[in-house]
Design a protein around this ligand. Structure first.
Ligand SMILES: Cc1cc2nc3c(=O)[nH]c(=O)nc-3n(C[C@H](O)[C@H](O)[C@H](O)COP(=O)(O)OP(=O)(O)OC[C@H]3O[C@@H](n4cnc5c(N)ncnc54)[C@H](O)[C@@H]3O)c2cc1C
Length: 788
């Protein structure tokens, strides 16, 4: 790589861990944050060998191998050369894979090698693909079916590998809802693939996990200064280098256009190619449009559906040179070879209001900007601004950095609304529809779905009620995102946003108030007349955990009950149950509170199956032992690394099943050696992680005793918690300020300790100078023997 890296490029040899596109930043695995003006993401695909049961354990052994693994590809050739007879199976999964033809290429090459060695007649070859056909483009599919027939290879479509028993040499496939087992002597596996986790879990991803870009311009659909190409992008073409060779010039032109303040209009047309080696020094050069699936052969009048020696030589000798000398330098343009392709432009359309966003409107700084939520007068001052430089925040629009993509505004001039509205899909108006500042027609003309749910203006003296709250929440639920909430000054819009966020996440009053401060919501932090509207929001929320607990009849699916020890340790315990099976788990119960915890379980009809401790606590004694005395069938659990006694010692990745749900144990050493967090899994399970003392709301566990290690804590939080989906709820082990719940997005944005770089974090932890925990000498020895 070093040889081809241009001298003016700064090469940072570190993994990217997370993206913060709202702030034009990304975070590396070493904690360093990099700011950017323009970001291009090209991180390829992730191979998920673990998605096939039993596969990781047998890779490289028992005749199982894959060219898709750096470690195990050498054993592919070893298996091919040693096989004398028996059954050889080649698989292809249902997911997108790097080069859709490669799973077949290895099959043809193996067939040719066996023929050459004179053992072909002793080997039965089957190509099992989860897809409905053996190739995506119909013209080449038909041709490849003929190739398979001529080589006596059996194609089995809609046949998806789900399990491998390496020792017994049995592969299990799922075919149209049924499980089919096949014995094998050699199994070549193409694993299921996805975008890498750090992309899948980021705000850049679409629902399928790929970087969400426009299929023509490769520009991100939400963050206009982000581009993506290649295998990790959402471009709906095949994942090949050939496709990238046509995408790269488009991204280059569009990035240059954006930097020059112009609209990116260069277009990728879907071109892709797949050189399918079929053995016997022949190759089928499948060139096609990945968007329309039409064959687009370059070398007419040659019939490219026929494998040909000429293409084989092209691949073997010319492409090899291209691969090492032209591709890495960006000097190979696919079908245009070394000649820069003509630029295709998008057919002219109504220009977007904004192009290059050095400071995107969603940046929280916008919320804190000195420009006040404006009225008509201020807004119209900006009306002469060219559409290209329109920045919503200049017109009083703020977009707090929260999942949900909601902006807030006050009255705006119709000229501004006409330019702003195309950015939104939904628009909620909080004054009566007949208000003269409501420009419904202009908003609807821009394609927005509009709803009106009036909340009385606090200045008018009429109080807002629970019915108003219900109507606003229902409208917010119905309206698509991005969503604009508009009132007269932006205050009630901010209140509606806080209410929706607090209700969705289960914040109590204290938690919601602190969130409003973190977000610097103006109605909460700056507006002296907003008392009534503030009270209106808080009145809709539970005062504390007891108030949040619902009646047993309301419980469905995965039930999470948060219990608090108000005396002494300020510990949160959690009762998590499955309403179908009535099995439940208790996390971190406190000695002395067991009758409350077990009564609640009984009231909800739950049978406690496990007591799970996130670590060996120093501030309270677990009630695990006491509960076992009452209910001997209950099993206690703690990590093996903690050194404490329990019925079950957990390891990283273990799952704790209760009914149709499970807690996945994630080792997170740092506060103590044996700390674990637990991620809730299961059908329809809410996204939630129980973080114990590893991550607290806007804080974390101390690292100055019990094998504490600030550096490890920083790494595990960044690598294992901050990489979870941003809307994952964080349920901590303690809180000392009245907060009850947070999210990954909130902590990534607002945790004052963990948003620092690693050096800063370690220093903060060293400087804490906390007192020796009161209960330490009593609690730790007791917890080492499970609280008894
Ligand atoms: C066996 C096989 C045969 C193939 N045959 C062909 C063929 O004949 N013709 C063809 O056109 N294509 C072929 N392909 C496909 C082609 O190799 C890929 O489409 C192409 O390499 C994808 O390029 P990319 O830049 O998107 O991703 P990659 O080439 O996978 O590069 C991604 C880069 O991102 C880096 N990265 C990943 N995660 C991070 C992170 N967190 N932080 C920082 N960096 C990160 C990776 O280390 C890597 O360097 C084949 C692929 C395979 C596996």
């Amino acid at each position: 790589m070093e040889q081809v890296m241009p001298h003016h490029v700064q090469w940072i040899k570190e993994k990217c861990l997370t993206f913060q596109p709202e702030q034009n930043k990304l975070t590396l695995a070493n904690g360093q944050q990099i700011e950017y003006d323009i970001l291009v993401v090209a991180a390829g695909l992730q191979q998920n060998f673990g998605a096939v049961a039993g596969l990781p354990e047998t890779m490289g052994k028992n005749g199982v191998a894959s060219i898709y693994s750096f470690d195990y590809s050498p054993s592919v050739w070893a298996n091919i050369t040693h096989l004398q007879k028996g059954k050889a199976i080649f698989t292809n999964p249902a997911t997108a894979v790097n080069c859709g033809g490669a799973p077949q290429k290895i099959c043809y090459l193996a067939e040719a090698a066996w023929r050459e060695r004179g053992v072909r007649n002793n080997i039965d070859i089957e190509f099992c693909t989860a897809t409905p056909g053996i190739f995506a483009c119909p013209e080449y599919r038909v041709a490849l079916e003929k190739v398979m027939q001529s080589k006596n290879i059996t194609p089995s479509v809609k046949t998806n590998l789900v399990e491998v028993d390496g020792e017994r040499k049995i592969a299990t496939f799922e075919r149209e809802g049924e499980l089919v087992t096949k014995e094998f002597d050699f199994l070549h596996v193409t694993p299921p693939m996805s975008a890498p986790d750090f992309i899948r879990n980021s705000p850049l991803a679409n629902a399928a996990g790929f970087v969400d870009v426009d299929k023509e311009t490769c520009q991100h659909n939400k963050f206009s200064n982000v581009f993506s190409l290649g295998d990790c992008s959402s471009l709906p073409t095949s994942k090949t280098y050939s496709a990238i060779s046509s995408q790269a010039p488009v991204v280059t032109y569009n990035v240059q256009a954006l930097m020059a303040g112009k609209e990116p209009t260069s277009v990728y047309d879907g071109y892709t190619a797949c050189p399918v080696l079929v053995g016997d020094s022949k190759l089928m050069l499948a060139e096609f449009n990945g968007y329309t699936m039409e064959a687009i052969p370059t070398f007419k009048p040659l019939d490219q559906t026929k494998p040909n020696v000429l293409f084989y030589w092209l691949k073997r000798y010319i492409f090899e040179h291209v691969y090492w000398h032209s591709m890495p330098l960006g000097r190979w343009y696919g079908k245009y070879m070394w000649f820069e392709p003509p630029v295709k432009h998008k057919v002219a359309e109504v220009p977007k209001p904004s192009t290059f966003k050095a400071s995107p409107p969603s940046e929280t700084a916008a919320l804190k900007a000195s420009v006040p939520i404006s009225g008509v007068g201020e807004a119209s001052q900006g009306a002469s601004t060219a559409a290209d430089s329109l920045k919503p925040e200049l017109f009083g629009v703020s977009t707090p950095n929260l999942p949900g993509d909601v902006s807030l505004s006050g009255n705006m001039d119709v000229a501004i609304i006409e330019q702003l509205a195309p950015r939104y899909k939904g628009w909620l108006y909080l004054n009566p529809a007949e208000n003269k500042h409501f420009h419904r027609k202009a908003i609807e003309a821009a394609g927005c779905k509009v709803e009106v749910a009036p909340i009385p203006n606090p200045a008018g003296g009429q109080p807002a009620t629970a019915e108003h709250a219900e109507a606003v929440l229902a409208a917010m639920e119905r309206l698509p995102r991005p969503l604009m909430i508009q009132c007269t000054s932006g205050n009630r819009a901010g209140a509606a946003l806080l209410l929706a966020q607090a209700k969705a996440l289960g914040h109590n009053r204290a938690s919601a108030s602190l969130l409003a401060e973190d977000l610097d919501l103006k109605f909460f932090t700056k507006c002296s007349e907003c008392g009534p509207i503030k009270d209106w929001v808080l009145d809709q929320l539970p005062a504390n955990n007891e108030e949040a607990q619902q009646t047993p009849a309301a419980k469905k699916g995965a039930v999470i009950e948060q219990l608090f020890d108000p005396q002494g340790s300020s510990t949160f315990s959690y009762l998590i149950g499955c309403s179908d099976s009535q099995e439940a788990v208790l996390i971190d119960p406190v000695l002395g509170m067991e009758s409350r915890d077990l009564s609640l379980a009984e009231e909800l009809g739950f049978k406690v199956k496990y007591v799970v401790n996130t670590h060996c606590h120093a501030d309270h004694i677990t009630s695990g032992g006491a509960i076992k005395k009452q209910l001997p069938e209950v099993k206690t659990m703690i990590s093996e690394a903690s050194g404490a006694a329990a019925d079950v010692k957990l390891k990283d990745g273990d799952t704790i099943e209760f009914g149709k749900y499970a807690l996945q144990a994630v080792a997170t050493p740092g506060h103590t050696d044996g700390c674990m967090c637990f991620v809730l899994r299961g059908p329809d399970a809410p996204k939630a992680v129980f973080t114990g003392d590893t991550l607290l709301i806007r804080g974390c566990g101390r690292t100055d005793f019990q094998q504490g290690d600030a550096s490890r804590l920083y790494d595990v939080v960044h690598q294992k918690i901050f990489t979870l989906p941003e809307d994952t709820k964080i349920y901590p082990g303690h809180d000392y300020k009245g907060r009850n719940v947070s999210t990954v997005a909130e902590e990534k944005k607002f945790n004052p300790r963990l948003t620092q770089n690693k050096e800063g974090f370690i220093k903060t932890m060293q400087d804490l100078k906390l007192p020796y925990p009161k209960m330490m000498d009593e609690a730790v020895p007791a917890n080492l023997v499970c609280g008894v």
